[in-house]
Design a protein around this ligand. Structure first.
Ligand SMILES: C[S@@+](CC[C@H](N)C(=O)[O-])C[C@H]1O[C@@H](n2cnc3c(N)ncnc32)[C@H](O)[C@@H]1O
Length: 265
């Protein structure tokens, strides 16, 4: 599955507005106690997240940017010349991508992954590393004014999102909850914030239009029987759109001794 640089640019402002400041501050506090921390942005696309996180990270931070799309990675590296770009297929080699990391960060990615891959990802995270994941889709969408076609089109979209994107059956809207739960089971302190895009036509018209087009196409691809409904859906004018996400921060693994003390306190 490929993502265009144009699509990533179109969503960049909405992403920036949605990210939870408290969770970025939690990442900054964790990084502050480390010398020259190694940060790894996985599935970096054009690197919008690492770019935004630079002001939350110490000057001494070292950045590795990982994606399997050479064109996107080249753009990311051009925008952040001091970063180390790495062309890696995360489905095959997540272990290599996160090796030696003090912090692993990602944005708008985990809905593509399967449960088995999330398990493998968490096992690969170095125990002392923290994790910050922005904008994992949570399956909650509100399109206003509402249309009678909304339930069927959004149901077909959800089916489309569960297709295999190279990692096994995708989690789609279940990804955020599952990731947070599994990080907690991995003995990490986990913080979660709801971070929906709150779009309005006056400010975000181009993004709403492209979303409508993409969703209508996904619905009709999943079920050609809804093609007519999808066309009505695509061409409708919407004033406000909410697309649900969660941001997640997880600290390093809590050592067994500390866990035992917590359990007895
Ligand atoms: C929705 S885009 C998000 C890009 C970027 N994180 C952002 O927020 O702008 C998903 C990214 O995951 C990358 N990706 C998908 N499958 C991948 C894989 N198997 N290995 C590495 N990267 C992958 C895509 O190339 C794309 O850059």
């Amino acid at each position: 599955m490929s993502f265009s640089a144009e699509w990533l640019a179109l969503r960049a402002d909405a992403d920036a507005a949605a990210r939870d400041v408290g969770l970025m501050a939690a990442l900054a506090a964790d990084l502050d106690r480390r010398d020259s921390p190694q940060l790894v942005e996985i599935a970096c696309g054009t690197g919008a997240l690492s770019h935004a996180l630079r002001r939350w990270a110490p000057q001494s931070a070292r950045w590795r940017l990982v994606d399997n799309d050479q064109a996107l990675l080249t753009k990311a590296a051009a925008a952040q010349p001091d970063a180390q770009p790495r062309l890696i297929d995360l489905a095959q080699n997540i272990e290599q991508a996160v090796e030696g990391a003090d912090a692993v960060v990602a944005s708008a990615f985990f809905d593509l992954a399967s449960e088995a891959w999330i398990d493998r990802f968490i096992a690969a995270l170095p125990p002392g590393a923290c994790f910050y994941g922005a904008l994992t889709y949570d399956g909650v969408e509100k399109w206003l004014p509402a249309l009678e076609q909304d339930p069927i089109i959004l149901a077909r979209l959800a089916e489309h999102m569960r297709r295999d994107k190279g990692f096994g059956p995708s989690l789609g809207g279940r990804a955020g909850k599952m990731l947070a739960q599994k990080l907690a089971e991995n003995d990490r302190r986990v913080l979660v914030a709801r971070t929906p895009w709150r779009l309005n036509a006056a400010r975000d018209g181009a993004l709403i239009k492209e979303l409508s087009r993409g969703i209508a196409q996904a619905a009709a691809e999943t079920d050609p029987g809804v093609a007519a409904a999808a066309e009505i859906w695509r061409s409708a004018n919407r004033e406000r759109v909410e697309i649900g996400h969660v941001d997640i921060f997880a600290g390093p693994r809590i050592p067994a001794r500390e866990r035992a003390l917590e359990a007895h306190s």
